[in-house]
Design a protein around this ligand. Sequence first.
Ligand SMILES: [Zn+2]
Length: 137
Amino acid sequence: MSDEFPRSRKMLYYFGMILSIIGIILFLSNFVAIFTGNIFNFNPIVPLVGFFMIAIGQIIRIIGAKGIAGSGIILDPEKAREDVKPYSKAMGGVIDDVMSNFDTKSANKEIIKIKCRNCGTLNDEDSTYCKSCGEKL
Ligand SMILES: [Zn+2]
């Protein structure tokens, strides 16, 4: 079961994501105040708090994704490998999906073979002689 994300790390990941989103809203809210001419509402503490919430949110998200050892907070290579496993598996899954998609696409249009009239061997499209019996194609 070590390949699956522990529930606690999933929660941590989403908590970090939510914290970042709130941080972005806080960070941007002051620019809205400036543009709407409500300059008296400008409070330099708010975007600063927003900025730190984004930073902390991102760190929490990475810890959730890669684990405490996996994200390098504690140095333990053995534990790190174990921690990163579900993350890299998830990322690998995405890459596998993309690759298999790509493969079927190229397979559909690129594999063109010529069948030898003499022996029936399938030869490459651009070959002049049969690779099996030497007959001219
Ligand atoms: Zn042949």
